[in-house]
Design a protein around this ligand. Structure first.
Ligand code: 5AD
Length: 460
């Protein structure tokens, strides 16, 4: 598509969740296939795409700051194209052009297939009006949410390494009252399992041994008569795949069938993310989470009974509108009852257009109170994590070496239970599996020592 002699350079900068990282790879794949060269920074790029998150206001403010910064580059090089893609682009739409007039392209998550065309259109407009280059624009917004777009046939551009993200589902059919995702990613769309399995097999030939299946409620995946547990088990049996993870599940779809596959397929890792959001039934109901604390605890018991080694993580929101102090204390209780290995904790952030924003204004928890709740929850969850992890010290676990660690001479990997361990070793061993004794913990991560002979990649 490029008309100039050298290929155009594109830089994609991603914010937000794993799905967004995966979308960033998808955009890079689409751009590479249409002749772009992907570069690692904005300085030499012809096109900069900021791939954004809308889950909390804070995430959006960071992006607005970053885009303003990129405008500094555009002042030096007016031909630079700045695009904002992803969930925040979808949410703000053309109003983004008002907030950040130097943005040329706004594109929601269902528009990526059309990315090369959109960039070409922008370029054509520009060429046709070259004599008026001081005038702003043109600007292009691609915001259709498509029921049919299930990303079939599109290829990710993945960085080399032993692990890979695999989107198997996009969008969400739930309507949790705090959450913007259904409005920016549309309803649930599931990918054809044959395509998913082909992708996994192809990744194996490129040295990948661990895959993480992605979806907004990944375990509600269905395709024809194939359920998520069926798909999980098929992927776990692909020759060469040694580890399978998935995120984020909805607790209601943590079924006995799923737990059985997790317990019996050797490749499925002993880690489950179980987003609780709250430990209080009235709050859960008003969040429209569709489960009670009792149901959640039953799920935890079921999983622990079948997979005693399971590590559990969670997401919690504090200060949901109307949450009383006592109700918040129920969440602390839940944390103490379950003793999650890890908790990702958030202060409620009002997202325009979501049902919770329509709750009476006097129900909104004052910021100072919300902050105090968050800090108390963080204190409790970090304390539990430190205790749980202290109990792990002395264990020897299989580690997949993923990258170099911060300390020189050290490498870093994860255990099947998602514990991060650093130990002495050479970066040539990235991708290898090895046995590591967990020697000390900071509370969050571990320092370890290799035990015995390291294996080679994909070795048995
Ligand atoms: N405010 C705060 N946290 C939120 N999350 C989702 N929406 C909001 C919101 N409006 C959190 C939930 C979810 C995680 C990805 O982000 O805990 O599981």
């Amino acid at each position: 598509m490029t008309k100039s002699t050298r290929s155009k350079r594109a830089y994609v900068e991603t914010y937000g969740c794993q799905m967004n990282i995966s979308d960033g790879e998808l955009m890079e794949g689409i751009l590479t296939n249409s002749g772009f060269e992907i570069v690692e920074g904005p300085e030499n790029a012809d096109v900069v795409l900021v791939n954004t998150c809308a889950i909390r206001e804070h995430a959006e403010n960071r992006v607005l700051g970053r885009v303003a910064q990129l405008n500094g580059l555009k002042r030096e090089r007016p031909e630079l194209v700045i695009g904002v893609t992803g969930c925040m682009a979808q949410r703000m739409g053309e109003t983004l052009f008002e907030r950040a007039p130097y943005v040329d392209l706004v594109m929601g998550p269902d528009g990526y297939r059309g990315l090369p065309d959109a960039l070409e259109n922008l370029e054509e407009y520009r060429t046709n009006r070259e004599s008026r280059s001081s005038v702003r624009g043109p600007q292009l917004a691609i915001l259709d949410l498509s029921l049919g777009e299930n990303y079939q046939g599109l290829e990710q551009r993945r960085t080399e390494g032993p692990t890979a993200w695999i989107p198997i589902q996009r969008g969400c059919n739930h309507r949790c009252t705090f959450c913007i995702v259904p409005y920016v990613r549309g309803p649930e769309k599931n990918r054809d399992p044959l395509e998913i399995l082909n992708e996994v097999r192809d990744l194996v030939t490129r040295g990948v041994t661990e895959v993480t299946l992605l979806g907004q409620t990944v375990n509600s995946y269905t395709f024809a008569d194939l359920s998520f547990p069926n798909l999980l088990s098929e992927i776990a049996q692909v020759e060469g795949i040694r580890r399978v993870r998935f995120t984020s599940p909805h607790p209601n779809d943590v079924t006995p069938e799923l737990v059985e596959v997790m317990a019996t397929e050797p490749a499925v890792c002993e880690h489950l993310h179980l987003p609780a959001q709250s430990g209080n039934n009235r709050t859960l109901k008003r969040m429209l989470r569709r489960y009670t604390v009792e149901i959640l605890l039953e799920k935890v018991e079921m999983v622990r009974a079948e997979i005693p080694e399971i590590a559990l993580s969670t997401d919690i929101i504090v200060a949901f509108p109307g949450e009383t102090d006592d109700e918040f204390r129920d969440t602390l209780e839940l944390m103490k009852t379950v003793r999650f290995d890890e908790a990702f904790t958030y202060k409620y952030s009002a997202r325009e257009g979501t049902p919770a924003t329509r709750l009476p204004a006097d129900q909104f928890v004052p910021p100072r109170e919300a902050q105090a709740r968050l800090e108390e929850l963080i204190g409790v969850s970090r304390g539990i994590r430190a205790e749980v992890n202290a109990g792990e010290v002395g264990r020897t676990d299989e580690v997949l070496i993923e990258r170099v660690a911060r300390n020189p001479g050290q490498i870093l990997g994860r255990t099947r239970r998602n514990k991060v361990v650093a130990f002495n070793g050479d970066s040539v061993r990235i991708g290898c599996y090895t046995q590591v004794m967990l020697e000390t913990t900071t509370g969050a991560t571990f320092a370890g020592r290799e035990i015995g002979q390291p294996e080679l990649v994909g070795g048995t």
